[in-house]
Design a protein around this ligand. Structure first.
Ligand SMILES: *Cc1c(COP(=O)(O)O)cnc(C)c1O
Length: 404
């Protein structure tokens, strides 16, 4: 049923969406029809500089030729084989990811971040222990196991009871970790930076302490690098900054350059826990999405994009900090994952004002705007963004003063 509404303009498509789509996302802001690099266009031809990148997914921006070519060529030769057969791109991607991690290990591929963490959850259970620890405010996905690990009671409450038992500890608090992680604990899962919680960066040494604590209790350390991995912070994995080697690393978002893929990397004994029949997914290791991911990794490497992310991220953060804007409380993050913390719960209003200036950003929490542009964003695009975003901040501030 479509209520007889037709058309593809912004308003018509929005009404068609409301007629047939489940309401779990609310109504999205805008229909988009085209993207190129760091730019997207809506159904009426309006242009936007995309500083959200499909929520840290479009690592190479939109319609990157290397991804388009890899997907087209793979789909034209062999699109899907199921896990009853194997395809070379799947094996090559696993080899590549382990090489980037710099360690021997094993990989399980899935189709999303939640699934990558579900696999980690099941690996945890196969240790024979059931207790798990994660951080308050952390986000690990929406499926029941991943949701149990997600430290956000509002998201969990309607779905209780969740698989357990999971203890949530304050993020960044080493003593809380020491108290919660015991020889009964199967795994500790942490984000190197809490993305969905408003780009929260832990104190230096936190991940190293987590590594020491879990090593002492024989607990698996799982690092959820779904948002921070694949170059987002200027390194392949954010945890490299602390030199921490986890037992399990989960990836998704940026890995496929826009195609759906999740990966669970496991090392040491953790790599051997999934045995035949223990887990699976029909699309696991699909050659087309693996070809896309290989194109992403090759391009990041060949074009020197990790260094580019470091420099561009500094330019972006410095441009947000100086000159200081009266609405901005703090600018934080790493590489091109940036949180702009505001005075007051005005992030949604800043997001709207930014969109009016042709900028896509994300009010990730009531008082934080998240920026996660494509990793290929140029200095000029950063400067264009800064000019428009500053105007959006000032308009939000002025409107607030008028309302008061
Ligand atoms: C987005 C995200 C997930 C969930 O990924 P989905 O693909 O949405 O299931 C899990 N963990 C972190 C850190 C994320 O940012």
């Amino acid at each position: 049923m479509s209520d007889g509404i037709t058309g593809t303009g912004n308003a018509a498509l929005t009404r068609r969406w409301q007629g047939v789509m489940m309401d779990n996302f609310g109504t999205p802001r805008l229909p988009l029809v085209k993207g190129r690099g760091a730019w997207v266009w809506d159904a009426e031809g309006n242009e936007y500089l995309d500083f959200l990148g499909g929520i840290a997914v479009n690592a190479l921006g939109h319609a990157h030729p290397a991804v388009v070519r890899a997907v087209g060529e793979q789909l034209a030769s062999l699109g899907h084989v199921s896990n009853l057969f194997m395809a070379e791109p799947t094996v090559r991607l696993a080899e590549r990811l382990l090489q980037l991690a710099g360690r021997r290990g094993r990989v399980y591929f899935s189709n999303s971040g939640a699934e990558a963490n579900e696999a980690a959850f099941k690996i945890g259970r196969l240790t024979g222990r059931t207790h798990m620890v994660s951080a308050t405010g952390g986000f690990h996905g929406r499926t029941m196991g991943a949701l149990a690990l997600t430290g956000q009671p509002a998201k969990q409450r309607p779905f209780l009871p969740l698989p357990g038992e999971v203890s949530h500890v304050p993020y960044g608090d080493v003593e809380a970790l020491r108290a919660a992680v015991t020889p009964r604990t199967a795994l500790l899962v942490l984000e190197p930076v809490q993305g969905e919680n408003g780009v929260v960066v832990p104190p230096p040494g936190y991940l190293r302490a987590a590594r020491e604590i879990t090593a002492a209790t024989g607990t698996l350390l799982v690092l959820d690098e779904i948002q921070t991995g694949i170059g987002r912070t200027g390194r392949w994995f954010a945890a490299e900054a602390e030199g921490v080697e986890a037992d399990v690393v989960t990836l998704a978002k940026g890995l496929g350059g826009g195609l759906p893929i999740g990966a669970t990397l496991a090392f040491g004994a953790a790599a051997e826990l999934l045995t035949p029949g223990a887990h699976g997914s029909t699309f696991s290791g699909n050659p087309v999405v693996c070809a896309a991911a290989l194109a992403v990794l090759d391009t990041i490497e060949r074009a020197g994009i990790l260094d580019h992310v470091t420099w561009t991220g500094q330019r972006l953060r410095r441009g947000l900090e100086e000159p200081a804007h009266p609405l901005v409380r703090e600018v934080r993050g790493a590489g091109l994952l940036v949180g702009v913390a505001l005075h007051g719960e005005v992030a949604a209003r800043v997001q709207r004002a930014a969109q009016d200036h042709g900028l896509l950003v994300n009010a990730v929490t009531p008082d934080v705007v998240r920026l996660a542009p494509p990793l290929i964003v140029s200095d000029r695009e950063v400067d264009t963004f800064l000019t428009g975003f500053r105007a959006a901040l000032s308009e939000t501030l002025a409107a607030g003063l008028t309302a008061a």
